[in-house]
Design a protein around this ligand. Structure first.
Ligand code: SF4
Length: 296
């Protein structure tokens, strides 16, 4: 029972806690908490389209990156509690607003709720699963046929770096296996009228002072997936969360660093790839969240 919250092993942390009465690494119990449900225009163009991506941000996170750009909800767990039926209402509201897709952001620890909601109500528009990629293959298998587009990060290559910044030395291995499963489910991208309907987009946020690791990330994913997925090399890093305690993450990304990573991607022959202006490293990319902060 990979989605059993009474002995939670939903993600690779395998905390084994009973989330009806306790919390694990993700910091949240079995109550579903969301911190935003609205149109979002700053995803990749084939995700946001013209009308915006219908994002639903979940509170808590199973991967505690020290530089988290959404610290307020991932670690401080800001949000409001909803039932599965209320989650479905949010999905329907976003459809009515004209969303190009329903985009579940950091849903891993609530995979059981996502599954239940989608089994009760499958939107007419594509479902996007937007994740750190620190996922269990068995949990992903539970979502087969319900998710159309996977939007995983691939954050680190080095186990030393992933241990130091996210507390997990097995990140790269776990993420690669998870993305293989995502690709097995949805296959190569289908893009219609400039919008992705099915497929995988692998995101990588370039971190200050870590060009070599970024290059190794791109080499790893390109060797595995080639042009069968899309890639997104992101420059929007800004110091957030506890980043100030972890130099060089206490500064913004330099243009020269981002360009060095993009140049390597081009040299590798990576074509299906989104790149950004380094000027996009602004805190405006963090949307406004709603809800309160749980006391414990
Ligand atoms: S979902 Fe949360 S409680 Fe469950 S294994 Fe992952 S981090 Fe632990």
């Amino acid at each position: 029972m990979s989605l059993d919250v009474t002995k939670c092993e939903i993600c690779p942390n395998k905390c084994g806690v009973d989330r009806r009465i306790a919390t694990g690494v993700c910091g949240v119990n079995a109550d579903i908490r969301i911190a935003r449900a609205d149109l979002h225009f700053w995803e990749e163009p084939i995700v946001s389209g013209e009308k915006g991506s219908g994002t639903i941000f979940f509170s808590g996170c199973n991967l505690r990156c020290v530089f988290c750009q959404n610290y307020e909800i991932s670690t401080l767990r800001r949000g409001k509690t909803v039932t599965v039926d209320e989650l479905i209402v949010e999905i329907k509201n976003l459809e009515e607003k004209g969303a190009e897709n329903i985009n579940f952001v950091t849903p891993t620890h609530y995979a059981y709720a996502v599954k239940e909601a989608l089994e009760k109500y499958k939107p007419r528009i594509p479902v996007v699963y937007n994740t750190s990629a620190y996922e269990s293959v068995s949990t992903l298998k539970e979502l087969e046929g319900l998710v159309d587009v996977y939007l995983p990060d691939f954050k680190y290559y080095s186990s030393v770096l992933s241990k130091s910044l996210s507390g997990r030395s097995d990140y790269a291995e776990v993420a690669l296996n998870a993305i293989k499963e995502m690709f097995r489910q949805v296959g190569e991208p289908t893009v219609e009228n400039g919008l992705i309907k099915k497929g995988v987009i692998i995101r990588h946020l370039v971190l200050p002072g870590n060009v070599e690791d970024s290059v190794n990330v791109l080499k790893t994913v390109y060797a595995e997936f080639g042009e069968k997925v899309w890639y997104s090399i992101m420059s929007q890093y800004f110091p957030s969360g506890r980043a100030k305690e972890y130099p060089p993450l206490d500064r913004r990304l330099k243009g020269v660093e981002y360009k060095a990573v993009v140049a390597k991607a081009e040299k590798m022959g990576m074509n299906n790839c989104f790149i950004q202006e380094t000027s996009s490293a602004k805190e405006e990319y963090v949307p406004e969240f709603f809800g309160d902060y749980p006391k414990k």
